[in-house]
Design a protein around this ligand. Structure first.
Ligand SMILES: [Zn+2]
Length: 140
């Protein structure tokens, strides 16, 4: 098995921590697995490059990154790596709505909670972008 470069791991970990902090899921413990095989679906489409498994009850996320992400890193495409990691970390916050959506029995209250929480996350992100644009990142 090919060894995964430490610098790549450090970069991925930084991205994961940054994304988790920005969207408010830094209370999740995130395990990162570097897969040596492609995913079963062809890996190299945008959404199949990584995979997040979320355990909402125990606040754990398992992030799997497939070899094509390492290839991007090796060819200097750090932006692509960051994109994949940010996308997968964002699954931690959308998971609740998905779970309620696919449940056979769903409670109106829970549906509303999941919806409100996700809406709050999006709203905070928009506020943060607005703050950055107006104050160049400085707090008033
Ligand atoms: Zn996804």
């Amino acid at each position: 098995m090919k060894t995964v470069p430490q610098k790549y791991k450090d970069f991925v970990k930084d991205c994961a921590q940054k994304a988790a902090w920005l969207i408010g899921v830094s209370h999740y413990e995130i395990d990162i697995h570097y897969m040596s095989e492609k995913s079963e679906d062809d890996c190299c489409t945008r959404t199949k490059r990584g995979m997040m498994t979320t355990d909402r009850r125990y606040l754990r996320g398992t992030l799997r990154l497939y070899p094509c992400v390492l290839k991007d890193w090796e060819s200097g495409n750090k932006k692509e790596v960051k994109d994949v990691v940010f996308h997968e970390i964002s699954h931690l916050v959308t998971q609740h709505l998905y779970d309620v959506g696919v449940a056979t029995y769903r409670d109106d209250g829970e549906m509303r909670d999941a919806w409100e929480t996700l809406t709050e996350v999006v709203s905070r992100l928009a506020l943060r972008i607005d703050d950055n644009e107006n104050n160049n990142g400085k707090k008033k």
